[in-house]
Design a protein around this ligand. Structure first.
Ligand code: GLA
Length: 707
């Protein structure tokens, strides 16, 4: 047995490797001192055999299989095609070699009888994120089919007894559920052909005694399989195994001679608390996000969707652009409805030419107008889709995903194009490429409003899958138009993952722009994604989805914490509302350098109706504290800040405008205007008593460290 350690800045992984046997992770925790005896460490965590176990108790290790009596789900499952049947194979993979290079470890496993080998790579990124990926190659002569193959199989240290998983639906993404890991385990498989709203590709394990957390994710924009198999019947050593991988229900992977399949990357981070966990994820996201110009602030958007819907005209859009510019908007995004015969959501996807009915002279005049107002121009597209009611479909009927000789059920009146097909992908590429060539378009909002049913991949391999086809199309367009920024939208948060995030600049967290809903949705996403990629828009009031009316001050303050935009028509606002919105847009511009580069901290508050977030960066910090319901007590508990230097002194101000009602309850307004000077210790310990009595009240708190 050999022991190998991989060290990140703050963590260590210790592997126990037995060539000819298995591979296990015997330590996952805070960085160990140099010289730690790894054999002794492994012995201290090992369990002896107990009654009613196989004579050699199975260790699930990094490649769990059923061969030695482990009761959980295997990380790899293969079948063999015979004459007219497919028979599941008994596998026995043994570690054949390993190689370490700095913070990277490659393990090779071989099943001699099948002639199949697996290469598993583990590495620690500069962010502290632990990443894994695996590939499997059939070097033997059998006609194999790969039924499942995990990118990650992690024996979970026993201290992580609790689990936070996420569920969601359209307009209600990322609902958190925290509970003990159930004895029967946990399993989530998506079938929509994308991660979907249900959030099964994100997970947090927790040690409730210390607060230590482990956050895990699969960087893949197709279907996923996430599961935890606890050692329920005590067949192994008591550890649960967490697995993540792509799933391909509806397609299959043929693994014929010399064919390989590579998993997407799975990743996990370890941290002493939720805020630190978020910071590791954010550092990783910032490392993989597509490159933008050196100092390219995230521009304030105005998006036409909730302002005008399908009610588009060149004149109306020019008027909207005028009003947008007057607020300080920097990018004007023309949403759905500009192309083909698209006057409602039942038609014309696939016909990506500018509608002559709305724009008799093309998009040129509108774009010129937008640019003359100092804004750049963005456009909505949904390239992977086709409406049966479109010229494109009439010409490329066979290009839509379908089950042969079956009905083609639609969703939102649309079908999905089979992007793994080069001819189909080329046809889409040509249309979008032509638009980007002809017009000065700085940004694409790339939508995906349909699940992939009934068929996901008609060809016999996920290597040729829809998801790979999507990545290829996106990559080709990005290569041809490297300056164009892209947002991943899928009816809101239906396709958010680190696979797409390495190709786009922004994601759309939810179609729900109601500020109260966003106070749940943004903090939930921001555990994994930095604020700069989370589109955060001020909605109209009443909100078109929830019907709720909210004051502009509240809507605007909430929208500052993200990549800010406006989804409403300024012409329908009062003068006061417009002034309030413009003031918050100015605040966003002033603070985005901090919000989009700093460290995010969650602010815990005893009242569940108070939400707080704070970003620290260099000498500056900005916090958002929002009260949603009527407080049960008149004096809500003070807001305790986080992430400050306890010894340093800070000037604290409350950026104006102040919330209209709550401002009257501020004890010493003039002192707040000048700024209070307090130590980090006082701010994080005693906190600040802010008027948080009324529902729908939000405050921004600005801090500057004094030298
Ligand atoms: C989806 C998006 C919305 C909007 C509409 C347009 O629902 O999530 O933001 O773009 O499509 O049809």
């Amino acid at each position: 047995m050999e022991f190998v350690r991989l060290d990140g800045e703050r963590l260590t992984l210790v592997f126990a490797l037995e060539v000819g046997g298995g591979a296990d992770l015997v330590y996952l925790g805070a960085r160990l001192p140099e010289g730690e005896d790894l054999g002794t460490l492994a012995a201290s965590g090992a369990r002896g055999r107990h009654e009613s176990q196989p004579d050699v108790p199975p260790v699930p290790g990094l490649l769990p299989e059923g061969k030695a009596g482990w009761s959980g789900t295997p990380a790899v499952r293969l079948s063999e095609r015979r004459e007219d049947s497919c028979v599941q194979c008994a596998t026995d993979f043994r570690l054949s070699a390993w190689e370490q290079y700095l913070t990277e470890l490659t393990l090779t496993f071989v099943d001699d009888l099948l002639g199949v080998d697996i290469e598993h790579r583990w590495w620690i990124g500069a962010s502290g994120m632990v990443c894994t990926e695996a590939s499997i190659t059939n070097g033997g002569g059998r006609k194999l089919v790969l039924d499942r193959f995990s990118a990650l199989a992690l024996p979970v240290p026993r201290r992580f007894t609790h689990l936070t998983s996420f569920t969601g639906r359209w307009a209600g993404e990322m609902r958190e559920h925290t509970r003990p890991i159930a004895p029967e385990g946990f399993a989530r498989t998506s079938v929509a052909g994308k991660p979907g709203f249900a959030g099964g590709n994100w997970l947090i394990l927790e040690d409730p005694a210390s607060g230590e957390v482990l956050g895990a994710h699969l960087a893949w924009s197709g279907d996923h399989d996430t599961r935890i198999d606890p050692d329920m019947v005590g067949s192994a050593d008591g550890r649960a195994v967490l697995q993540m991988g792509a799933s391909w229900d509806g397609g299959e992977v043929d693994l014929e001679h010399d064919v390989s399949y590579r998993t997407p990357v799975a990743m996990f981070a370890l941290a002493p608390d939720r805020s630190t966990l978020a910071q590791v994820f954010h550092a990783h996201a910032r490392a993989i996000l597509p490159h933008r110009d050196a100092w390219a602030p995230r521009k304030v958007h105005l998006n036409s969707w909730e302002a005008l819907g399908f009610n588009l005209s060149e004149e109306g859009l020019m008027r909207l652009a005028d009003d947008a510019a007057a607020l300080g908007i920097e990018r004007f995004v023309l949403d759905d409805g500009w192309f083909g015969g698209r006057r409602n959501d039942q038609t014309s996807l696939g016909d990506w030419f500018v509608s002559p009915d709305i724009f008799p002279n093309g998009l040129g005049p509108l774009i010129a107008h937008v640019k003359s107002l100092g804004m750049d121009f963005g456009l909505w597209v949904e390239p992977e889709m086709v409406s049966p009611e479109s010229d494109f479909y009439r010409q490329h009927r066979s290009g839509a995903l379908h089950a042969r000789d079956r009905e083609r059920p639609t969703m939102r009146g649309q079908l999905v194009l089979h992007l793994a097909h080069p001819a189909v992908s080329d046809a889409v590429f040509r249309q979008i490429d032509a638009l980007l060539r002809e017009y000065d378009i700085a940004y694409l909002k790339w939508d995906h409003n349909r699940d992939l049913f009934p068929a996901k991949a008609r060809v016999g391999s996920v290597r040729n899958s829809q998801t790979e086809g999507f990545y290829d199309l996106l990559d080709r367009l990005r290569a041809a138009h490297p300056k164009v920024e892209i947002e991943s939208c899928a009816s809101g948060g239906g396709r958010i993952d680190y696979g797409v995030l390495s190709r786009v600049h922004r994601v759309w967290p939810s179609d729900n722009n109601d500020a109260i809903e966003r106070l749940r949705i943004i903090p939930a996403w921001s555990q994994f994604l930095p604020l700069e990629v989370l589109g955060s828009h001020v909605s109209p009031s009443p909100n078109p989805i929830t019907g709720r009316r909210l004051a502009m001050d509240f809507r605007a303050k909430v929208a500052v914490f993200g990549h800010m935009g406006v989804e409403a028509d300024p012409a329908r606002m009062t003068d006061k509302e417009r002034a309030c919105l413009a003031a918050h847009i100015a605040l966003y511009k002033e603070w985005r350098g901090v919000l989009h580069a700093g460290a995010l901290h969650r602010l815990d508050h005893p009242d569940p109706d108070v939400t707080g977030m704070m970003v620290t960066h260099g000498d500056k910090a900005l916090a958002l504290v929002a009260q949603t319901a009527f407080s049960p007590v008149f004096d809500a508990a003070p807001v305790r800040l986080a992430g400050l230097d306890p010894e340093a002194r800070y000037r604290v101000t409350l950026p104006e405008p102040w919330p209209p009602r709550a401002r009257h309850y501020l004890a010493v307004p003039e002192r707040w205007r000048d700024g209070l000077v307090l130590s980090g210790t006082a701010l994080m310990g005693q906190g600040l008593a802010l008027p948080l009595t009324h529902p729908e009240t939000a405050w921004l708190i600005a801090l500057e460290k004094l030298s």
